[in-house]
Every structure is written in C-alpha cells, then in structure tokens.
Design a protein. Structure first.
Ligand code: CA2
Length: 146
C-alpha cells in the first residue's frame, strides 16, 4: 500500500503548557487534545500528521529541514513567540520548498503591539489565527488541499 502524504505539525515554545494556563486566551484544549482531533481529520482527508513540540528554536529549524528533505506535503507551524523574533526561522522557511501554513490560537493582531510582527507570515503560504484549536483543523484542511 502506498504511504500517505505526511503533514508536519510543528509547535514552538510554551505550547506544551496549553490547557493548563491562560484558557481565556488559548482555550482549554491541550496539545494532545489538538493532536487527537487532527489525527481524526487527517484520516478523513487521506493524509498522515507528524505532530511535534519544542521549546528550542534550533529543533524547529531542524524539523523544517527534515520536512523538506523527506518530501512532506506541507508544514503547519505555530512558532509561538519565535514568530515575532526569529530571523533564523524566517531564513529556514525561505530556504525550503515545502509549503507552510502559519497558525495561531489567538489573534496576535488583536493583542500587544510586539505580537503584530510575524517573521513567519511573509514566507508562509497563508495564516490562520484567532480560531483557537479549530485553527489547526482549518490549517490541516488547507494543507491537505495544497
Ligand atoms: O496564539 C498563538 O498561538 C501564539 O502563537 C501563542 C504564543 C504567543 O507568544 C504568540 O504571540 C501567539 C504563546 C504560546 C504560549 O502558550 C501558552 C499556553 C498556555 C499557557 C501559557 C502559554
């Protein structure tokens, strides 16, 4: 049987804390809850997901290179606060061919000014923000159709 196309779902710093604090901003779902919902949706879409989280910028960069080198269909990326700071992430995204869907649980543009700048957005195919955990499912729908 042919292997299903793989979509990497990469999560950055502090997202391991999801569901434990600040539910009014980020919702009550944990990252495991989101992974479960994405597994179900992936089955329906005929893709497989590879979901990861790291608090380390270099891990995210290595995983972007890996997604590219292994021929992943797409990457869904919530880079957390690195979104607003990381030129290294921007350069990595610029250097890969695999399409990237940027996702955020909250709407950074409705928050503090320092969250308004994204180093990911200019090198992503598109951005989904402000829809909580549902945003990951919307991103997966988009990524599967690219
Ligand atoms: O809205 C998003 O998804 C963000 O990427 C989340 C980042 C934030 O820095 C971005 O501006 C927007 C923060 C992730 C931290 O997640 C936590 C979850 C629960 C408790 C504490 C932090």
């Amino acid at each position: 049987m042919a292997t299903l196309p793989t979509i990497f779902v990469l999560n950055g710093p502090n997202l391991n804390l999801l569901g434990t604090r600040e539910p009014e901003i980020y919702g009550a779902d944990t990252l495991d809850d989101i992974a479960g919902a994405l597994e179900d949706r992936a089955r329906a879409l005929g893709v497989r997901i590879d979901m990861r989280q790291s608090n380390h910028e270099g891990h995210l960069i290595d995983w972007l290179h890996e997604a590219n080198a292994t021929g992943a269909k797409a990457v869904i990326l919530n880079a957390g606060a690195f979104t607003h700071t990381s030129i290294a992430l921007h350069d990595a995204l610029k250097s890969i061919r695999v399409p990237v869907v940027e996702v955020h649980l909250s709407n950074p543009h409705a928050r503090e000014a320092f969250r308004h700048r994204s180093f990911v957005a200019p090198v992503a195919r598109g951005t989904i923000a402000g829809f909580g955990a549902m945003g990951y499912e919307l991103a997966l729908d988009a990524a599967a159709r690219l």
